[in-house]
Design a protein around this ligand. Sequence first.
Ligand SMILES: Cc1cc2nc3c(=O)[nH]c(=O)nc-3n(C[C@H](O)[C@H](O)[C@H](O)COP(=O)(O)OP(=O)(O)OC[C@H]3O[C@@H](n4cnc5c(N)ncnc54)[C@H](O)[C@@H]3O)c2cc1C
Length: 331
Amino acid sequence: MPGGLVSALPSFALLHPHQLAPSTYPYSYPCNTYHRSPPPDPAVLQRLFEQGLMGIETSADHGGALAKVDPSVSVLCDVHNTLVNTVLGSFCLSESASGSDAFALQTRAVPSADGSFYTLNGSKIVDLAKGYKGITCFIVPKELDVKVAKKEEKLGIRASSTCTLNFDDVKVPAENVLGRVGKGYKIAIEILNEGRIGIAAQMLGLAQGAFDTVVPYTFERKQFSQPIGTFQGMQHQMTKAAIDIETVRLLTYNAARRKEEGLDFTKEAAMAKYHASQAAMSAIEWAGGVGFTRETGIEKYWRDSKVGAIYEGTSNIQFQTIAKFIQKQYS
Ligand SMILES: Cc1cc2nc3c(=O)[nH]c(=O)nc-3n(C[C@H](O)[C@H](O)[C@H](O)COP(=O)(O)OP(=O)(O)OC[C@H]3O[C@@H](n4cnc5c(N)ncnc54)[C@H](O)[C@@H]3O)c2cc1C
């Protein structure tokens, strides 16, 4: 990656909405349909590729935050940035019975007699008899008859598709094994750890976007003959939120710095991701009833923020990760 410290941050953390080509920016808004999740607009994907935002190595020159505008678009870039260049990819680890317990996978890969291909059934790969050592990662092109099944209707980030993928007797050439057979656990855990910095950055952008949208309103809206933003009760809440956002920024940059320097960053990424998932929660209330209506888009920030405490490991799982490091250090 070019650049210094900040280059380790996922690209969307560095983009300012005004620096995005207009063709990407406005497209995120029509995706905010409430009653039915629309398919992602192909034009958005096209523009993201054209602007170099969908590669593993994204220029650090952008600066700013894509998530300030629409976290659905930023998560699309984020997941993609950890995986592939030039083509569209997805990270398939979770299964219906394997979420927080991410490696209790039930998908099977059976090698052919001559070892030239594997037959996949389910979603992902593990030989439970071998525990984590039975997990293998595969690169599976969609053309190999992977079925995109149920598309979920979601509370937030509705413009990003979350789907079940079915692998029914999908035959994958042996050369499509990513890394080595039985070493998939390490690959997946590394992607998850790195991904937490990305989600922290996404939630940071979202929190900053919500703050930048709502705070000016508090100085326009008057109650009891004065701007609501000048009441001490409001000022204290907004001050705390400003501190939280700055804390998240530092936690996120610190985790990214450690990763870039080759230091362990697992604990720091978990801390950043946990704290970031909390940062955008209160802004909706500062706008009162207006914040609760769909007119202003303020409630969208709140809905989009909820997933920050769930995917890439729930907050409890972040706590568990951090606690392991504390125990190791002090016991
Ligand atoms: C919008 C969205 C997009 C997603 N995208 C992807 C993707 O691209 N690829 C992918 O592989 N997965 C993806 N996921 C799956 C996501 O990673 C899981 O939803 C997440 O890890 C939680 O797993 P779960 O839903 O099975 O919840 P569960 O594991 O069932 O957790 C339910 C509750 O139990 C708690 N819990 C579970 N275990 C413990 C424990 N040991 N200690 C304390 N509390 C515990 C959790 O904290 C949570 O509160 C996505 C999910 C969402 C919502």
